[in-house]
Design a protein around this ligand. Sequence first.
Ligand SMILES: *Cc1c(COP(=O)(O)O)cnc(C)c1O
Length: 378
Amino acid sequence: MSTISFNRPTLVGKEFEYIQQAIDNLHLSGNGPFTKECQRLLEQRIGCAKALLTHSCTAALEMAAILADIRPGDEIIMPSFTFVSTANAFVLRGGAPVFVEVRPDTLNIDVKAIEKAITSRTKAIVPVHYAGVASDMDELLELADRHGLLVIEDAAQGINASYKERPLGSLGHLAALSFHETKNVISGEGGALLINDERFVERAEIIWEKGTNRANFFRGQVDKYTWVDIGSSYLPSEILAAFLFAQLEEVQPITRDRLKTWNQYHRAFEALEAAGKLRRPIIPAYCEHNAHIYYLLLPDITIRTALINTLKSFGVNAIFHYVPLHSSPAGRKYGRASEDLSFTQDISDRLVRLPLWIDMSDEEINRVVEAVYAALDS
Ligand SMILES: *Cc1c(COP(=O)(O)O)cnc(C)c1O
C-alpha cells in the first residue's frame, strides 16, 4: 500500500520548456523576460498597480513592512492563527504584533476584535485569507480607513480566489502571495508583492533591487544607478520565474482540479457532520475560494490525535497547524495578545488538514475518506 502524502508538488505544463528558454536567453539573474511576464499576468488577473516577484511570501511581507515604514514600537494587528512570517516580517523592523481572535466560521480575523485592539501606536492590519477563503474585507477596510491604518493582505494562500468578485490580493494597500511548493501555484520557493496603492510603487522597486534605483536606470529615467534607500535582494532567478510562469498559465485548471477533490471530501463528510462527529469548512456566500486546504474540526485534541494515527495506519499522512503565535516563544517575546485567545487555542488543538494536491485519484480520495470513517464512525 503506497503512502498518500499530505502534499505532492506537480508539474502542470511547460515548466521545463520555459526553463530551457530562460537558459537560452542568457539571462539567469532576476527581472528578465520571465519575471516580467509573470508580473504582467499577475497585474492583469488581480488588477493591482504593480506586482513584483520575490523569493518567498515571507520576503514580500518583509518588503511590505519596509514600505509601511514600521518603526520600533509600532503595532500591527493580525490573527494569532497564522504562519510565523505574518508576524516575523514586522518584528524585523522593530514592530510589535498584536494578536487578535478569529471568527468561528472562516477562522479569519474577527473585525470586531480588531476594533478593540487599535491603539495610538497601531500602524497596520494584516488579514490572512486562511485556506484561500476571503476575510470579511468590506468591514475591515472601512475600519482601517476610519483609523488611517494600512491594510496588508497575507494572501499567501489566496491565488485565484475572490471576495465579492474582487480577487484576493487586490483589496489592501499591499498584499503578499506565496508560491511555496505547498501552495496551489508553485515554484518551489517563491512569492510576490502586490501593490494596489500607487504611492508605494517607486519605493518598492528600489527596496526590491537592494536599495538602488536600478529600475529607473534601466528605464532611462536616471543616468547612473546608485544606492538611494534601504533594501535587499528580493528578486528570484529567471529559472524560478520560468517555472512559475508555466504554473501561472495553468492557474484555472489547477483551481478546478483542487475544487473537485475539495468537493468530493466535502460531500463525503456531510454525514459525519450531521452526526456531530466533526465540523466541515464553512465558505461564506461572499467568497469564491480556491480549495487550498481541506480541514476538519474534531471535538477535541484526543479525538484528533486518534484520527491522525488511524489515518497513518491507512497510509494517509495528515497534519495540523498552527501553533498560535501568541503562545509561541517568539510571539510572547515580541508581540502580545490583545485579549483572551481561547478560541484560537481551541481550534489549533482540534484542526486537521487532509491530503490535497493536483490529480488526486478517486482511489486516493476514497482511501482518505474511509480512514476518517474508520476513526470516527463508531
Ligand atoms: C505559506 C505562508 C506564508 C509563507 O510563505 P513562504 O512563501 O513560504 O514564505 C506566509 N503566510 C501564510 C498564511 C502562509 O500560508
